[in-house]
Design a protein around this ligand. Structure first.
Ligand code: CA
Length: 229
């Protein structure tokens, strides 16, 4: 899945440079010139990560970070702050505001992309090799492989994406429309019952390993993945 990265930066030249670098790295940049534009973009679709300039007109990056940490929609979205040299003392207040990492200007595209990937991995519970472990299940994002107690689990592409999403959001309940948004992408037209079809296939995939109970139906709400069955 393409990672959606919100870029909050008032300087157009930096915004464009960052957007170009992210697109080249296979990510989807969403540019915003100020705090207000950022909040509108978040309301429209929650990004996977927010890159935020420290010095913004109006609401500062620090104040915006504080607000986003208080709001339901953006509470768990990782934030990387872009700072100028010499602002090191500001980092403490940034960390208190819930910022996940810093990149000091001027930075190279390569450095920025590496930091984004590291923060995304951390926030999604992956180790540096891109491996996610939930209970007896292990998903290797680099090799696109799933194993249960070390045994290979033969899995279809949609079931893999569904399982990957669940394994990075353990114990949280998602409705069918939410799963369509996150796993299939908002732009694709798919009927809600398609979700049920793939949930059934995912359970069938896990059944031979005695793990089908991990995929749970939450009545009149949706589905979740849980270690407790
Ligand atoms: Ca600025």
């Amino acid at each position: 899945m393409q990672k959606r990265i919100l870029i909050v930066e008032d300087e157009a030249s930096i915004r464009d440079m960052v957007a170009f670098a992210l697109r080249k790295a296979g990510m989807e940049p969403v540019p915003a010139a100020d705090a207000r534009a950022a909040q509108l973009a978040i309301a429209e679709q929650v990004p996977d990560l927010i890159l935020m300039d420290w010095m913004l007109p109006g609401l500062s990056g620090l104040e915006l970070a504080r607000r986003l940490r208080r709001e339901q929609l953006s509470r768990e979205v990782p934030i990387i702050m872009l700072t100028a040299r010499g602002e090191e003392s500001d980092r403490v207040s940034g960390l208190e505001a819930g910022v996940d990492d810093y990149v000091v200007k001027p930075f190279s595209s390569r450095e920025l992309v590496a930091r984004i990937r590291a923060v995304l991995r951390r926030s999604q519970g992956e180790d540096s090799e891109g491996v996610i472990v939930v209970g007896r299940l292990r998903l290797d994002t680099a090799a696109h492989r799933v194993t249960a107690d070390g045994q290979a689990v033969p899995i279809g592409p949609t079931e893999y994406r569904l399982l990957h999403f669940f394994m990075t959001h353990v114990d949280r309940v998602y409705s069918r429309p939410q799963l369509l948004d996150h796993v299939w992408g908002g732009s694709v037209y798919v009927e809600e019952r398609t979700v049920d079809v793939h949930i059934r296939r995912l359970r069938k995939t896990l059944e031979p390993f005695g793990l089908d109970g991990m995929v749970q139906t939450v009545r009149s709400a949706g589905y979740r993945l849980s270690v407790e069955s």
